[in-house]
Ligand binder design. Structure first.
Ligand SMILES: *[C@@H]1O[C@H](CO)[C@@H](O)[C@H](O)[C@H]1NC(C)=O
Ligand SMILES: *[C@@H]1O[C@H](CO)[C@@H](O)[C@H](O)[C@H]1NC(C)=O
Ligand SMILES: *[C@@H]1O[C@H](CO)[C@@H](O)[C@H](O)[C@H]1NC(C)=O
Ligand SMILES: *[C@@H]1O[C@H](CO)[C@@H](O)[C@H](O)[C@H]1NC(C)=O
Ligand SMILES: *[C@@H]1O[C@H](CO)[C@@H](O)[C@H](O)[C@H]1NC(C)=O
Ligand SMILES: *[C@@H]1O[C@H](CO)[C@@H](O)[C@H](O)[C@H]1NC(C)=O
Ligand SMILES: *[C@@H]1O[C@H](CO)[C@@H](O)[C@H](O)[C@H]1NC(C)=O
Ligand SMILES: *[C@@H]1O[C@H](CO)[C@@H](O)[C@H](O)[C@H]1NC(C)=O
Length: 835
């Protein structure tokens, strides 16, 4: 009985999963009409039915079926639709019955010509649905125009009304109404300024303003499962000479948690526009595209990324901007999700209300030390969002025709000139008001416990965007919540012999869910206010942040006052247990470095993966868990907080964290920044190196505190004196030096002097490389020679600067022994990293 529900759930999830990942989307609602045409018209494999077959959808005062005078129409793939049109002399309605509520395309095709007395180039009209104005004061002069909207239709009928202005007419060549996959647009995105989370996209009507395939040709509807057209990007570039095109469609990897073919096809992910750094590691510029947009609206900007350029992981780091705002910093495409190259994925951002009629999108090199200057973009979509009047047209705030009001429209239209101006002001005011109210509402909410809601507006859309795509996130509220009975069963009714750990929060049991999923079950002590807060934080954090190096949450249970969290099972337990005190075999230096790198990557992602840093606050070796391959994952987010701004409001925040790891500056000033995590991580580094507890009261006084003790020896340059004895003689001196320096910088007294997690990560990778280089060459005799040439230069770099960039490097007093510039050596090192 007890396991019936979860099984069903898994089954449903896998069906959803299959449906989502199988290609060839099959729309439930599927209307295509060739208006004015007496025969079906085909566009590739799509059939637009003859107008008379669609007459029951339409109510119009007069049937005017127009045929274009014979002429050669250009080679547009849609040209068969432009031969005929419907002319509307009065308000006319298409009514489509909708079998599946949810998001639908509405595509309208226009090509004006003259038919009898009707000159369609002079037509001015509006198009609206029950809820939204799609076009207003709209006219088309002498060109093909197609408009694409996506609307979440929530009633059984979709009514599309064409209303001619004044004494004008309206016309239409073809119309499509087609269901879309549910997950195409999710509810959330990241806001650009201030950076935060945007919620509420589901009901928003969108107009596709630009849909661009970077670095490749036009992609037509035939090559897109949702019949979209993607146009080439070069005409939007501000500086065409600054880019190179890449193409490798064979490489594109649709991984679970990333994009799907329905999000964008291979022909989009498989091409990219990148920086033309012409082999020069010192170049520093942005690649910028400029798009015309309507001011007065917000836009949903969707970036499509796929690293088809790198030859190994962690080669490419870059920054992404919308207008002058940085939206992603140090983006590392290869590790965002899973360590695979060329994983297709996308990110959604909501802009501020546009004040200009240009929107700029830029990519540029990362400032991370050692990052080779390159940046790529594979595809981009810019979608206009309806304003607070539900309209997608600035002029339109006045009319949403309903059955009763369609007569009034004509009158209303007269005032539209002045009306529009007032409406824009009104819209802005209303927008500001709404935002304020929403903010207040959000603040109010933080007091009550709503499972999986955001309580601080602090989370990233990563959860839905990069994890299971949107389909699963839509059911995630159910998916995460696990019945108490199932938990009882999984843990053999909380069998004491299944306990694998005991912490401040309560006991941790191992368990088996659904017969074969090994899980770790953390059961909180009976509810205390504080425990509850941490329970909630942990669920929120883990359900929104998904990363290879963060432990993942499988579910939770809050039935019967329980506070139970269920995680993926980490076979090898805590890092701490492998270092000392449990008799486990000692790990090699390489293993330890890899564990440090993995956890640094997890923390780096927490700090930067989302525009507002998330601070872990309890970084320690007992919170770094190891899976069956000794891959590290950061765990225990109960104390996590978002960046400094948020924390100021938490007046009650007492200093929290674990003794021995605690940032002294945080202790002194109670000011929390991500540099506090860096400090704690520095302590972990020394712990890994020395394999002893961070506080050991049984030792002589000067040795009690590991951080102090290790810093003393590091400053003397004799760190090797205190390292784990099982490592003695096995660490390459350069590697140890790099490692010691990195840990030392992490422990700087002042946060500002500490490196970022990104720098730490890079330096650890470098330490690993210095260790590996030896091993690689060891079989040949006299390995130190080759390294010897590199190391004096290498050691110059970063000796006392807290963070080092490639340019600093070159400008520095470099003793150029081998005649190669430092930055060259550097970029070679970076390149060789993945070999
Ligand atoms: C037009 O298409 C419809 C729907 O696909 C089909 O039922 C009808 O037979 C077609 N008519 C002609 C003349 O091909
Ligand atoms: C459509 O909107 C409704 C109500 O806002 C929402 O529950 C539903 O998930 C939305 N569907 C899609 C596919 O956006
Ligand atoms: C139709 O209207 C357009 C735009 O006003 C005009 O340029 C064109 O000459 C008109 N054509 C005819 C046949 O009146
Ligand atoms: C409607 O027609 C009147 C007179 O024909 C004209 O003055 C007015 O500008 C027109 N309004 C619009 C919105 O075209
Ligand atoms: C890249 O830039 C170099 C020099 O700046 C130029 O010679 C080369 O043609 C450019 N490459 C492309 C593909 O534009
Ligand atoms: C579109 O698909 C056809 C085959 O279906 C293929 O030959 C063509 O190269 C594709 N075009 C693009 C731009 O990928
Ligand atoms: C790239 O653009 C951003 C935003 O406009 C700007 O802050 C940054 O300085 C630019 N970088 C370069 C190298 O021009
Ligand atoms: C867009 O329209 C939806 C309802 O159709 C509404 O909920 C939403 O608030 C509107 N957008 C804005 C920015 O007001």
């Amino acid at each position: 009985m007890g396991c019936g529900k979860p099984e069903l759930l898994i089954w449903v999830l896998s069906i959803l999963y299959l449906a989502w990942f199988s290609s060839g989307f099959n729309p439930v609602d599927n209307y295509r009409i060739a208006c004015g045409s007496s025969a079906n018209a085909s566009v590739g494999s799509l059939v637009f039915i003859a107008d008379d077959l669609a007459s029951n959808f339409l109510s119009t005062p007069q049937d005017i079926l127009a045929k274009a005078p014979l002429k050669s129409i250009s080679s547009s793939e849609y040209s068969s639709l432009y031969q005929t049109a419907r002319v509307f002399t009065g308000s006319s309605k298409y009514t489509f019955s909708i079998s599946q509520i949810g998001r639908h395309w509405i595509r309208l095709y226009f090509y004006p010509f003259v038919y009898n007395s009707y000159n369609m180039s002079e037509a001015t009209f509006a198009v609206s649905t029950q809820d939204h104005v799609l076009l207003n004061d709209f006219s088309v002069k002498n060109s093909f125009v197609s408009k694409e909207f996506s609307l979440n239709v929530t009633s059984n009928n979709l009514v599309i009304t064409f209303t001619p202005f004044n004494n004008s007419i309206a016309f239409l060549n073809a119309i499509e109404v087609v269901s879309l996959p549910d997950g195409l647009i999710t509810d959330d995105a990241t806001t650009v300024n201030p950076s935060g989370r945007f919620l509420g996209l589901l009901p928003v009507a969108l107009e596709t303003v630009w849909r661009v395939n970077m670095g490749g040709p036009k992609v037509t509807f035939d090559n897109d499962t949702l019949w979209r057209t993607w146009i080439p990007d070069h005409s939007f570039l501000l500086q065409q000479s600054s880019v190179v095109d890449y193409s490798n469609t064979a490489a594109v990897n649709y991984v679970q948690g990333g994009a799907t073919v329905d999000i964008a096809p291979v022909s989009v992910y498989g091409t990219a526009t990148g920086m033309n750094s012409s082999g020069n590691p010192d170049v520093n510029f942005n690649v910028t595209w400029e798009f015309n947009v309507d001011p007065g609206f917000q836009y949903l900007v969707r970036f499509h990324f796929c690293d088809i350029v790198s030859t190994s992981l962690n080669q490419l780091y870059f920054d992404v901007y919308i207008d002058s705002w940085i939206v992603v910093k140090d983006l590392d495409l290869s590790t965002y999700l899973v360590n695979v190259l060329a994983a297709a994925y996308y990110m959604d951002f909501v802009t501020v209300l546009a004040v200009s009629n240009k929107l700029h999108v830029s990519i540029g090199p990362s400032t991370l030390p050692g990052a080779y200057p390159n940046a790529i973009l594979n595809g981009l979509e810019i979608m206009k969002m309806n304003n607070s009047m539900g309209s997608l047209s600035a002029a339109a705030s006045v009319m949403i025709p309903s059955d009763s009001s369609s007569k009034k429209n004509v009158g209303v239209m007269v005032g539209i000139g002045i009306g529009a101006f007032i409406a824009v002001i009104f819209a802005v005011l209303l927008f500001l008001l709404c935002r304020r109210r929403r903010k207040l509402a959000l603040q109010g909410h933080t007091k009550t416990w709503v499972p999986l809601s955001i309580t601080g507006g602090n989370s990233h859309s990563v959860g839905s965007k990069y994890s299971n795509g949107t389909t699963i996130s839509a059911v995630s509220n159910l998916g995460y919540r696990i019945p108490f009975l199932a938990v009882q069963e999984a843990t053999n009714n909380f069998d004491e012999s299944w306990v694998i750990g005991i912490g401040g929060f309560g006991k941790v049991y191992k368990g088996v869910l659904n017969e074969d999923t090994k899980v770790a079950v953390k059961r909180g002590n009976p509810r205390s206010q504080q425990g509850l807060a941490e329970f909630q934080t942990e669920i929120e954090m883990l359900s929104q942040f998904r990363h290879r190096h963060l432990v993942s949450l499988i579910g939770y249970c809050d039935e019967k006052n329980e506070m139970i969290l269920i995680y993926e099972y980490m076979e090898n337990g805590t890092l701490k247990s492998h270092l000392y005190g449990s008799g486990l075999p000692s790990m090699s230096w390489k293993q330890r470095l890899e564990i440090c790198i993995g956890s640094a990557r997890g923390l780096h992602y927490l700090h930067t993966g989302y525009a507002k840093a998330v601070i872990h606050r309890d970084v320690k070796s007992a919170n770094i868990l190891l899976d069956e391959n000794l891959m590290a994952k950061v765990a225990d987010f109960g104390l996590s907080k978002t960046g400094p701004e948020i924390d100021q409001t938490h007046v009650s925040t007492a200093v929290k964290g674990s003794f021995g790891y605690l940032d002294p500056e945080y202790f002194r000033r109670q000011q929390l920044t991500e540099k506090s995590d860096v400090y704690s991580f520095g302590v972990v580094l020394f712990e890994v190196l020395c394999a002893r507890p961070v506080i050991d009261p049984s030792l002589p006084r000067e040795m009690v505190n590991l951080a102090e003790w290790a810093m003393k020896w590091q400053k003397k340059g004799q760190l090797e004196q205190i390292i784990d004895s099982t490592l003695a003689g096995k660490i390459r001196p350069d590697s140890l030096r790099k490692f010691g320096e990195t840990a030392e910088k992490c422990l700087a007294d002042y946060g500002v002097d500490r490196p970022s997690m990104g720098d730490v990560l890079w330096n650890l990778e470098y330490a690993l490389q210095l260790q590996e280089a030896v091993i690689d060459v060891e079989p040949e005799e006299n390995s130190t020679n080759m390294i010897g040439e590199l190391s004096p230069q290498v050691n110059n770099f970063g000796n006392d600067t807290p963070s080092v960039s490639a340019t600093q490097f070159e400008a520095g007093p470099v003793d150029d022994l081998s005649g190669v510039s430092m930055s060259r050596v550097f970029s070679q090192l970076v390149k060789s990293e993945g070999r």
